[in-house]
Design a protein around this ligand. Structure first.
Ligand code: CMC
Length: 427
């Protein structure tokens, strides 16, 4: 393996160092390229650009591999818990039993929101999308928790991280409660992270809420599957926002805003809406034809991925989880049959085979969340809840990295060159 790449531009040839990670493709270090050649590199959408060094998550898109700190997502989904995965992402190692208990205790004790934030919710329309509420409320946390906004202090950074992980279920559940006009439910420290979220979402003060263990386990697994995913759009947004020194609450609010889009976290909502619109297996060919039609902007939602070109390992776990939830809740939503048949037809269609388009994590997650009782508008809010740990872990990693600089891409300018100003009466 060469340790430099020779790049020739006109009459100049520069040697750029080639960096190797633990696994994965080598990376050509072009940091001095502009100084050496006077040229920029061009990569809209960052399809060939590593924006940072990271020890958190690794994806091999061709092999369908996703590792969190080296552990396979399938193993974590089967044997671990979301709290344990949060600890792993933040600290680098799986916790001992005592460390896990202490961490769980810390998170549990940060779940309450400043009471004044309840008033803040009342400023929103009742029909506001939960993601709109989440963007606003999470951004507003920096106005309430001043003692954890000094980003140069690792202790304050960790407190902010714990607060964000702990408060996100409360914030998301309150967004839901507000939309249905029910009273907010305070957290209950006796319950697990996920059980508590279920109770805050579906419980009412008038009666006891019983957490169904199979549902709690399924939702916890969904959280694990969404915990982190390398330098995706929202994570890169968090890093970019954080690179200017912005406080963690503002950075995570930026991540939530980016996640909302239908090409990213919004795809789970769009996928279930699409499956419901299809409604019956007989209509699937019509939708497959539309997805293949170049003149139709329609895409199969929950299909395709920028990095996975074999399969998305998270989708495999999701499909299994659908059956478990259906069995536990004794539901049988016909939309699951539509999803299974759509997957099968698409996977046997040359268009999807050639373009390496497979179901992604969002294809089945909506079916599960809907069976649990979440409205589609809450799906992306749940994604944001679970991804918060990835965002804060990546943000912490970035701030601690001595190579960190403000993110400032350059551009290929194609607008008018300098021209004289023309006064309005002469135009
Ligand atoms: N249905 C039909 N055709 C598709 C689809 C799809 N879902 N996805 C990609 N294609 C086609 C696309 O038209 C293009 O064809 P051509 O080369 O002929 O122009 C080709 O496949 C490559 O697509 P691309 O848009 O250049 O690929 P990308 O890497 O920029 O986009 C993606 C990845 C996930 C945005 C895209 O596959 C997509 O829009 N999928 C649907 C939305 C979705 O499910 N998003 C969730 C992603 S996973 C969860 C997350 O990370 O948030």
């Amino acid at each position: 393996m060469t340790d430099t790449a020779k790049i020739t531009l006109g009459d100049k040839t520069v040697d750029s160092p080639v960096l190797s990670g633990t696994v994965g493709p080598d990376v050509v270090d072009i940091r001095k390229f502009y100084a050496q050649t006077g040229a920029f590199t061009y990569d809209p959408g960052f399809t060939s650009t590593a924006s940072c060094e990271s020890k958190l998550t690794y994806i091999d898109g061709d092999e369908g591999v996703l590792l969190h700190r080296g552990y396979a997502i399938g193993d974590l989904a089967e044997h671990s818990s979301f709290m344990e995965v949060c600890y792993l992402l933040l600290n680098g190692e799986l916790p001992t039993a005592e460390e896990l208990e202490a961490f769980d205790n810390t998170i549990t004790r940060h779940t309450m929101l400043h009471e004044q934030l309840a008033t803040f919710y009342r400023g929103f329309r009742r029909d506001a999308h939960p993601m709109a509420v989440m963007c606003g409320v999470v951004g507003a946390l920096s106005a309430f928790y001043h003692d954890s906004t000094d980003i140069q202090d690792p202790h304050q950074r960790m407190i902010a991280s714990h607060r964000l992980i702990a408060k996100m279920p409360t914030i998301a559940a309150m967004a839901y409660k507000y939309s249905v006009g029910q009273p907010f439910i305070y957290p209950d420290n006796k319950l697990s992270y996920t059980g508590n979220f279920l109770r805050m979402t579906f419980g009412v003060p008038a009666e006891e809420y019983e957490v169904v263990p199979a549902v709690e386990r399924a939702l916890d697994r969904i959280f694990i599957l969404h915990a982190d995913h390398e330098q995706n759009a929202s994570t890169s947004t968090v890093r970019l926002a954080g690179s200017s020194g912005a406080n963690p609450f503002a950075c995570i609010a930026a991540g939530i805003a980016c996640l909302w889009g239908p090409a990213h976290g919004g795809a789970n909502e769009a996928a279930l809406n699409m499956l419901r619109e299809i409604g019956r297996p007989e209509r699937i060919p019509e939708y497959i034809a539309r997805a293949k039609d170049k003149d139709d902007p329609f895409r199969l939602m929950g299909f395709g991925h920028r990095v996975y070109k074999n399969y998305d390992p998270r989708a495999t776990v999701m499909q299994k989880t659908v059956r478990e939830v259906f069995d536990a809740l004794k539901v049988n939503d016909p939309v699951f049959e539509v999803a299974l048949q759509l997957e099968e037809m698409a996977l046997n269609d040359s268009y999807f085979i050639e373009k390496k388009l497979f179901p992604n994590v969002d294809f089945y997650s909506g079916v599960i969340l809907s069976a649990i009782g979440f409205p589609t508008t809450m799906f992306t809010a749940l994604f944001a809840l679970a991804r918060t740990v990835g965002w804060v872990a990546q943000w912490n990693e970035m701030i601690s990295d001595p190579a960190q600089k403000i993110g400032r891409p350059r551009q290929l300018y194609t607008g008018p060159a300098h021209r004289p100003y023309v006064p309005v009466d002469q135009r």
